[in-house]
Design a protein around this ligand. Structure first.
Ligand SMILES: Cc1cc2nc3c(=O)[nH]c(=O)nc-3n(C[C@H](O)[C@H](O)[C@H](O)COP(=O)(O)OP(=O)(O)OC[C@H]3O[C@@H](n4cnc5c(N)ncnc54)[C@H](O)[C@@H]3O)c2cc1C
Length: 382
């Protein structure tokens, strides 16, 4: 693996950084306070390629390499946690399964519009009121074949982007008797009768990233909405989540970088006991630890992305990178608040928002405990 970015990746990073600095970061506070999704910025992301990171150029996407995709998501995380999570889920959870497992007809129908920024975004509904970490045993949303149509009944929980999506890739149980081959993915357009999207969930952070409960009451879809192979839904989900974890880790690196920059600046300005905070060793050590951990997490994310791009196994490294980056972001944002003292706790200053946004990252797309289970399974069988 080359530790340096290529010229192309460096130019891409700069283009995304400049866009985020102009269109996304200045709105982060307002997005949080108003709990409004930043459509103005997201509409402009289509032409930059940010809404089709994994979508091949033939279907209107940017089709960038996995390191470039991680770089883009990190930059978005640096700008605004809410906007980053929506765009990350759209690319990694909504579009990716269609790009990976879709038929030609499905790719042509759903991907160009999703990547363009002219329509809605996309979503993935795995979690249910009674099942999150244990998808295999817990999923109760059912899809049954009746008169050549799938009929879906059930409920999903915590679906990112549901209210701003054109379609929701939904994990359903198609045949309860088939054990690990009993789950399948179905693409559900949001205007299908019987699909109900609940009000936005009231969350600690990420308020400008809409999250909803979704219910399916006799949702009927033709057979060609099945995504991938019947019975392979769990396997497909695990493949999608491997990639998704690079995204969540990348958002975390971006959030930590942003909090670090704020703390560094503040430490150079604020004075106590006749010197700047930055001249106190206790503060220097917090900054040194933050810089070290951010760099480590960034390298882990890029290593996982590089393995993915090379077509090599990356489940273990993606889980390690997600675990480390998300827990790192919480520590770095926590210490950034500490450096700001009382102002760190104020909503008038930026770091408390980063802290609240970062808190989700150790929970979404597999909790830290699930990452440790994945890693332990891999190291114990090596
Ligand atoms: C803001 C937000 C956005 C989300 N977006 C999406 C989305 O777009 N799509 C989607 O499908 N889901 C989404 N989720 C759901 C998220 O992925 C789940 O919340 C997460 O996977 C955990 O599932 P759970 O909440 O059911 O917790 P549970 O599975 O009930 O776990 C509860 C706790 O027990 C621990 N635990 C469980 N089993 C074990 C075990 N065997 N050993 C040790 N500890 C264990 C867990 O780590 C956790 O700490 C989102 C959640 C939030 C909050």
């Amino acid at each position: 693996m080359n530790f340096d970015l290529t010229d192309e990746q460096r130019m891409w990073r700069k283009a995304v950084h400049d866009f985020v600095a102009r269109e996304v970061k200045p709105k982060a506070h307002e997005v949080d306070e108003s709990a409004q999704f930043n459509w103005d910025a997201v509409r402009k992301m289509g032409s930059l390629g940010l809404l089709g990171l994994n979508v091949p150029e033939g279907y209107g996407g940017a089709g960038v390499d996995a390191i470039s995709a991680a770089i883009a998501i990190e930059e978005l995380g640096w700008g605004c946690g809410s906007t980053a999570l929506s765009v990350c889920a759209h690319n990694g959870l909504g579009c990716a399964p269609i790009a990976l497992f879709g038929t030609e007809a499905q790719k042509e129908r759903f991907l160009p519009r999703a990547a363009s920024g002219d329509g809605g975004l996309s979503a993935l509904a795995l979690t249910e009121p009674g099942a999150g970490s244990d998808l295999k045993g817990g999923i109760s949303t059912r899809a049954e074949m009746q008169d050549s149509e799938w009929v879906i009944n059930g409920a999903k929980m915590w679906c990112t982007n549901a209210s701003i999506a054109d379609f929701i890739v939904t994990l359903v149980r198609t045949d309860p008797n088939k054990g690990s081959r009993s789950l399948s993915m179905i693409i559900v357009p949001v205007d299908t009768p019987g699909l109900h999207i609940g009000p936005p969930e009231k969350k600690m952070g990420l308020k400008g990233c809409p999250t909803h409960a979704v219910t399916y009451e006799g949702v009927r879809l033709s057979a060609d909405h099945l995504l991938g192979e019947e019975g392979l839904g769990l396997k497909q989900t695990l493949i999608v989540l491997d990639g998704g974890r690079i995204g969540i880790g990348a958002i975390s690196v971006g959030l930590a970088q942003a909090a670090f920059e704020e703390a560094l600046q503040y430490a150079k300005e604020r004075q106590t006991f006749g010197k700047h905070l930055a001249d106190h060793q206790a503060i220097q050590w917090m900054l040194a630890d933050a810089a070290t951990e951010i760099e480590s997490a960034r390298l882990m994310i890029r290593y996982a992305a590089w393995l993915k791009e090379e077509g090599r196994p990356y489940t273990k490294v993606a889980a390690m990178a997600k675990l480390f980056a998300t827990e790192m972001a919480e520590r770095v944002c926590r210490n950034a608040m500490q450096i700001f003292g009382g102002y760190g706790y104020s909503r008038e200053y930026p770091v408390e928002l980063m802290y609240r946004d970062a808190r989700l990252m150790t929970i979404g797309e597999g909790t830290s405990e699930m990452q440790r289970m994945v890693i332990a399974r891999q190291v114990l069988t090596q």
